[in-house]
Design a protein around this ligand. Structure first.
Ligand code: SAM
Length: 258
């Protein structure tokens, strides 16, 4: 029987290229990497093509996109590489991974303490977690693409503000939650049920009991903006990099299992 041609892998976005670089740096004979909340699996399969023993884990929750699942099935028809997270539990054995990465996932997880414990469990001693995710302090809510909408209490005012802010912002208009009032209901349903923004203190409280942690926004920002990164020798540059990242994108957590 003829084998169906695999679709092309999507080009990785900048954050996932940054995480691919982490995977390449940590790649030695016998090492394994996990993309936690891997979406369409693009990073997992790109890493595998680069010779990295990479795996993915996904909840495939009701906010997930059907096209993500299609791509995963095309590259991994027997679910060897991408497995399902059920009740916050991973299917992998203890101490299985050298590196766990996650892009734009932790802000979707209500029981982040459970996730931290599970990632700790599957990491080898000395293993590393690198996770990029928005904090509560981020200016533009990344799913509705409207400034500070995640800080508004539910109600009429929030709806009016969303309509006005969206109408003024071409980028927000491009995010298609559906037409009219039903589209607005869907956008708010997603934000209210599938996001859970935290501040840095809360992230520390969750991860510090388990891991040795650092926040590496200057390292990430230098990757994303290599030109301005040349200014890092200036006094206050690291602080500026942190503030810019917190407001514009969130945080970059580096956690090591001791
Ligand atoms: C914005 S997408 C990011 C996907 C992928 N990491 C990327 O960079 O393209 C957020 C992902 O988090 C996953 N997710 C949502 N809730 C989760 C949970 N409780 N545990 C693990 N992953 C979750 C979603 O299924 C979705 O794929």
């Amino acid at each position: 029987m003829p084998v169906a041609a695999k679709p092309d892998l999507p080009n990785l976005r900048d954050n996932n290229r940054y995480l691919l670089d982490w995977m390449k740096r940590e790649n030695r004979p016998g090492t394994r990497a996990l993309d936690y909340g891997c979406g369409d699996g693009g990073l997992v399969f790109t890493a595998r093509e680069a010779g990295i023993d990479a795996y993915g884990a996904e909840t495939f929750y009701d906010g997930a996109r059907p096209e993500d699942l299609e791509l995963i099935r095309a590259f991994d028809p027997e679910s060897q590489y991408v497995t399902t997270i059920v009740n916050n539990k991973l299917t992998f054995p203890d101490g299985h991974f050298d590196l766990v990465v996650a892009n734009q996932v932790f802000e979707h997880i209500h029981d982040l303490t459970g996730t931290a414990n599970e990632i700790f469990r599957v990491l080898k001693p000395g293993g590393t977690l690198v996770s990029i995710f928005p904090l509560r302090g981020v200016i533009r809510e990344p799913h509705l693409c409207v400034p500070l909408i995640h800080r508004f209490p539910k109600g009429k005012l929030r709806r009016v503000y969303y309509k006005i802010a969206r109408s003024l912002n071409p980028r927000a208009k491009r995010i298609n939650w559906g037409e009219g009032e039903a589209g607005i209901d869907k956008a708010f349903w997603f934000m209210d049920n599938h996001t859970c923004y935290r501040n840095l203190r809360e992230i520390r409280e969750i991860f510090q009991p388990l891991f040795s942690i650092r926040f590496i926004e200057p390292h990430w920002l230098a990757y994303r903006l290599p030109g301005p990164a040349k200014l890092k020798v200036l006094p206050g540059a690291r602080l500026a990099a942190r503030v810019i990242t917190h407001l514009g994108a969130g945080t970059v957590l580096l956690a090591t299992k001791q």
